[in-house]
Design a protein. Structure first.
Length: 153
């Protein structure tokens, strides 16, 4: 089944985006082992995969559509220590973390609100920012006050 051209399968209402579960949001810390392209589900446009090395092993982290990640001013490099907040789900039989926030040092790359709504939905039309808060500080409702599980390595 082919995804709609709008968003390349990454838009807020897509089958992929609806997998994000705010009940499974957690924080995971580790080092970036590699960055690569990924097509999470058949028919989707390419996205960016961050392979996160943790004390429990490698964890695949889906960041978002490649066109969006490539237009951000946050640089992520192999070997960087990061903290990823996201929803642990199963996509095409593989356990992955769908990232909402990636923190490196005192910088944060905001990808989704903690309820799963993608920052990139509407981004092309509005420029920088998101439909909820206009500049995606991700401290705006509905993100503020949502519970996040304790950090896991």
């Amino acid at each position: 089944q082919r995804q709609s051209v709008t968003g390349g399968g990454w838009h807020a209402g897509s089958a992929y985006s609806q997998m994000y579960d705010s009940q499974t949001v957690e924080i995971v810390r580790g080092r970036i082992l590699r960055l690569d392209f990924v097509t999470p589900m058949r028919g989707m446009s390419p996205g960016v995969l961050l392979a996160l090395g943790t004390v429990r092993g490698e964890l695949p982290v889906h960041l978002g559509p490649a066109w969006f990640i490539e237009n951000q001013n946050r640089e992520l490099l192999r070997g960087d220590k990061v903290e990823v907040t996201g929803s642990r789900v199963i996509v095409e039989g593989q356990v992955v973390l769908m990232a909402a926030l990636v923190s490196k040092g005192d910088g944060v790359l905001a990808l989704r609100h903690l309820d799963g709504f993608p920052v990139w939905s509407g981004w092309r039309q509005r420029g920088e920012g998101c439909p909820y808060c206009g500049n995606c500080a991700c401290g705006m409702p509905p993100c503020r006050g949502m519970e996040v599980r304790s950090p896991r390595s």
